[in-house]
Ligand binder design. Structure first.
Ligand code: COA
Length: 189
């Protein structure tokens, strides 16, 4: 078992681990079904590039039996990119400059919570969804004081609000407007 295979958290037979290269095509499938028509949706090439840059960006949920059940992307970014995000100029990993995405988690002050999504045909309990959300939230909070998110679905907005994020900007992409949220020590106090 390589270090990529270590479970970061487990509950009721499911676990979270860093994504392996063979998970990427399943991430694309879940991305397509979760965000149909979204301009900045991941494709395989984008995922492969960022996975090679820093595989720890992608954490998948699995039950050890077939393809993954879900994925999230939590991205350590430079202060310069953080400023761009909070000013509504960019919010998607698909358009982040590589130089502004850290290759390791050390010394990270800023995190962009890019996405979390589960298979739509899921048969597992909502407790598993809640477990995965809790894991992702504490993974981000344990690693950096400043966390941005740019939810593109009503569920994403609802989760940002439930988790105490504050709306601080809007990004315009073509005819769409996406809200930008921030969680900082101030919001979490
Ligand atoms: C985001 C996601 C992983 C959450 O999974 P989950 O924890 O199993 O939650 P559900 O999908 O069952 O959501 C059930 C409801 O509880 C809400 N909810 C879930 N966790 C919550 C929390 N901690 N606090 C408040 N509301 C919560 C959801 O908004 C949803 O409300 P609705 O029924 O009014 O729409 C899942 O909904 C998903 O994959 N969605 C598609 C992708 C997506 O939109 N991702 C978010 C944007 S990146």
């Amino acid at each position: 078992m390589g270090c990529d295979d270590r479970a970061l958290a487990t509950k009721d037979g499911v676990s979270v681990r860093i994504a392996r290269i063979e998970d990427l095509s399943h991430i694309v499938e879940i991305e397509r079904e979760s965000f149909p028509g979204y301009d900045h949706a991941f494709n395989y090439g984008i995922l492969e590039l960022w996975h090679a840059h820093n595989p720890e960006i992608f954490m998948v949920l699995e039950n050890g039996n077939g393809p993954i059940l879900g994925y999230c992307a939590i991205v350590p970014v430079t202060e310069r990119l953080f400023r761009e995000i909070v000013n509504g100029r960019v919010s998607s990993l698909s358009s982040f400059p590589r130089v502004d995405v850290l290759r390791q988690w050390r010394k990270s002050q800023y995190i962009h919570f890019e996405v979390i999504a589960l298979r739509s045909d899921r048969e597992f309990s909502t407790a598993i969804g809640a477990f995965y959300l809790r894991f992702a939230k504490s993974w981000a909070e344990d690693r950096a004081p400043f966390i941005t998110a740019s939810p593109i679905t009503p569920v994403g907005v609802k989760l940002c609000q439930a988790y105490g994020f504050r709306k601080i900007a809007e990004e315009r992409i073509h005819s769409h407007t996406y809200p930008i949220y921030l969680s900082s020590p101030q919001e979490r106090a």
